[in-house]
Design a protein around this ligand. Structure first.
Ligand code: FES
Length: 151
């Protein structure tokens, strides 16, 4: 999606004269574009007189933010303790190999983004992964192949 500077300025205006606006503003921009585009960082920097390096500091500190476009589907592989014990690392390694990307990357065709996450709150189903909002538990490596085909 093309960045429209007027849209970014409108987002900034919503927060005018408020304290601690940077994180909610970046969240709004990410909601709009699916990530925080570089062009929006330049606009925020100019409008709010914040150095770009400080904005990038926030973006890299908080795992919720992305600075590159996200895939159509997001696969989150749990690496919490229960999932780790039940083979979560193998699930992540296998998924990375199948997709040809590392965690926090997106496939070239824009289909999948991959993330590692801490406990998803369903440890009894370990190892667990989530595709968008769909949970899959007690996973085998073979099921990863089927899930990738399904989506
Ligand atoms: S450790 Fe994976 S769901 Fe809890």
């Amino acid at each position: 999606m093309e960045v429209n500077p007027a849209d970014i300025k409108k987002e900034i205006e919503k927060y005018q004269k408020k304290e601690g606006i940077l994180i909610p503003l970046l969240q709004d921009i990410q909601d709009r574009y699916g990530y925080v585009p570089e062009q929006s960082i330049e606009i925020i920097s100019e409008e709010l007189s914040i150095f770009p390096v400080d904005i990038y500091g926030i973006l890299t500190f908080y795992a919720q933010f992305y600075t590159t476009p996200r895939g159509e589907h997001t696969i989150k592989v749990c690496q919490g303790t229960a999932c780790h014990v039940m083979g979560g690392k193998e699930i992540l390694d296998y998924t990375e190999d199948k997709l040809g990307i590392s965690e926090r990357e997106t496939t070239k065709d824009g289909k999948f983004s991959l993330e590692r996450v801490a406990c998803l709150g369903c440890c009894g189903m370990a190892p667990v992964l989530v595709v968008d909002d769909d949970f899959y538990g007690n996973l085998s490596l073979q099921e990863i192949d089927e899930l990738i085909k399904k989506y």
